[in-house]
Design a protein around this ligand. Structure first.
Ligand SMILES: Cc1cc2nc3c(=O)[nH]c(=O)nc-3n(C[C@H](O)[C@H](O)[C@H](O)COP(=O)(O)OP(=O)(O)OC[C@H]3O[C@@H](n4cnc5c(N)ncnc54)[C@H](O)[C@@H]3O)c2cc1C
Length: 465
């Protein structure tokens, strides 16, 4: 059968690929998208969305346990784990099928199958019905990533789980070990701990949430410990001995190994890019530690071949993938006002309790880069809305360039900060200064007032603290 010809072939229908396809179709290109498993990728099916649905259940549970604080009565509070999972899978399914509709609406051809690249400009797709050959001048690789497995700590789905198992638990762990305290590890630790599971988090670095500002990591640790979580920093899981219904973890700290028993382990030690079996090496694509090497415009160095999202490296975030998708689609369509994605302007959010969100440089990074800085802080306890919500724990920290007043970074912990951070992201895009932010009127009573107060504090002008 003759190869079908398109303007653009997108491989992978996650938030990188499907967004690239839609933007290219909007710009008049004839687009085909190839997906081997599920529309919406990891994000909609096994990542961002189902985790947030699960965390919403644990958040409501936590609020019900605190009903008395709000003058309410809730007795015999419990949960139905199967129903929690069913809701989460339902939310994921609803959104995933929505992507199928978006493809149809934008007249994008969808092929369900496994893609390989036999030659430049060519894609071969293995489907249930056989093999389809496709050609296009431009190809966008958006094949994403999967859980990293460390030797000896591999998941088995029974005692040792990856995020997929942790999203579809058949039983509630009683004693849980979470290996890794990045966003994924901490979100699962928060979910299971809130539902009453005895939870220990092990982090090899010197603090949890190691990409966050040090003050935020410390604040988070204190809060999690108050909730009963055990946090072991500068600690490494060396070995897991799997027995009947239990795992003995060999945990090393300061050169000493301690053996601790758990009934479940969640391994959240990072991700690896899906770079294998695509034919990339043969095409001359450079791969560095499971990620495709790209320039700031996501070009691979092979003419007409782009890589976006998780396969193109950190930060491994859905909104970074989508934004790169838009950028490459516009580049391919010949738009000449295309800007590269700036990693330091991409916010990171962790939906644990309390939530964590940040954008830009941490205080330490700003100093390391040689900036003379001004730092502002504002605690949730000084904010009327936070008190009214019954959420007095948290803080907003801002970092400014003393010389220019540029907002270099913002770091938040507390209720709803994942919704607030975008205010600072917009500020950074508009290259806002301390003066613009101080002159902005924030509505009252809102949590966002703390964003204002933190800026005021950096310049010795905070009102409510
Ligand atoms: C538990 C968890 C929670 C997360 N929470 C968040 C969050 O809150 N916020 C956030 O921003 N990010 C979050 N992430 C990360 C986010 O899911 C990823 O950054 C995002 O999905 C990356 O998008 P992508 O398009 O690059 O790849 P993916 O979403 O991984 O999509 C890639 C797609 O390519 C397909 N594919 C792969 N190889 C082939 C092939 N050869 N042929 C055809 N199809 C192929 C795959 O089946 C997949 O559907 C989370 C991740 C996990 C695991």
């Amino acid at each position: 059968m003759a190869a079908k010809s398109f303007d653009l072939i997108v491989i992978g229908a996650g938030p990188g690929g499907y967004v690239a396809a839609i933007r290219a179709a909007q710009l008049g290109l004839n687009v085909v998208i190839v997906e081997r498993e599920h529309m919406g990728g990891i994000c909609l099916n096994w990542g961002c969305i189902p985790t947030k649905a699960m965390l919403r259940s644990s958040e409501v549970f936590h609020l019900m346990e605190r009903a008395k604080d709000f003058g309410l009565k809730a007795e015999k509070i419990s949960y139905d784990l199967d129903a929690v999972v069913k809701r989460s899978r339902g939310v994921a399914g609803q959104l995933s099928s929505g992507i199928g509709h978006l493809m149809k609406k934008n007249k994008i051809t969808t092929i369900m199958g496994e893609a390989t690249l036999p030659a430049k400009g060519k894609v071969s797709v293995k489907t249930d019905k056989g093999t389809e050959e496709l050609t296009a001048k431009n190809i966008v690789l958006a094949t994403g990533a999967r859980a990293r497995e460390l030797p000896g700590l591999e998941a088995d789905g029974d005692l040792v789980w990856t995020y997929k198992h942790a999203l579809t638990p058949k039983r509630m762990p009683k004693k849980l070990l979470v290996i890794g305290s990045g966003a994924i590890g901490i979100e699962f630790a928060s979910f299971y701990n809130t539902l009453g599971c005895d939870t220990t988090v092990v982090e090899v670095m010197d603090r949890i949430l190691p990409v966050e500002d040090e003050e935020i990591s410390k604040f988070a640790k204190k809060q999690f410990e108050k909730q009963g979580m055990k946090i072991l920093e500068k600690t490494m899981v060396k070995q897991l001995d799997r027995g009947k219904g239990k795992v003995t973890a060999h945990i090393e700290a300061k050169g000493k190994v301690e053996k601790l028993e758990f009934d479940t382990v969640i391994s959240a030690v990072g991700i690896v890019g899906n770079v294998e079996n695509l034919g990339l090496e043969e095409l001359g694509v450079k791969i560095d530690r499971t990620h495709v090497v790209v320039d700031e415009y996501c070009r691979t160095g092979v003419d007409g071949l782009f890589a976006i999202g998780d396969i193109a490296g950190a930060p491994w975030l859905a909104h970074k993938a989508s934004h790169e998708g838009v950028m490459v689609a516009e580049l391919i369509a010949g738009k000449n006002d295309v800007h590269p994605v700036r990693p330091e302007s991409i916010a990171g959010c962790t939906y644990c309790h309390p939530q964590v969100a940040s954008v830009g440089f941490t205080e330490a990074k700003a100093k390391e880069l040689g900036y003379k800085i001004k730092v502002g802080r504002f605690p949730f306890i000084g904010n009327g809305k936070a008190i009214a919500l019954g959420e007095p724990e948290g803080m907003v920290k801002t970092v400014f360039d003393e010389k220019t007043g540029e907002l270099l970074g913002a770091h938040m912990i507390g209720a709803e900060v994942t919704e607030l951070i975008q205010g600072y992201v917009v500020g950074r895009t508009l290259e806002t200064t301390e003066e613009d932010l101080m002159n902005t009127v924030f509505p009252h009573p809102t949590l966002s007032e703390m964003m204002h107060e933190s800026v005021l504090d950096a310049y010795g002008r905070a009102i409510h603290f």
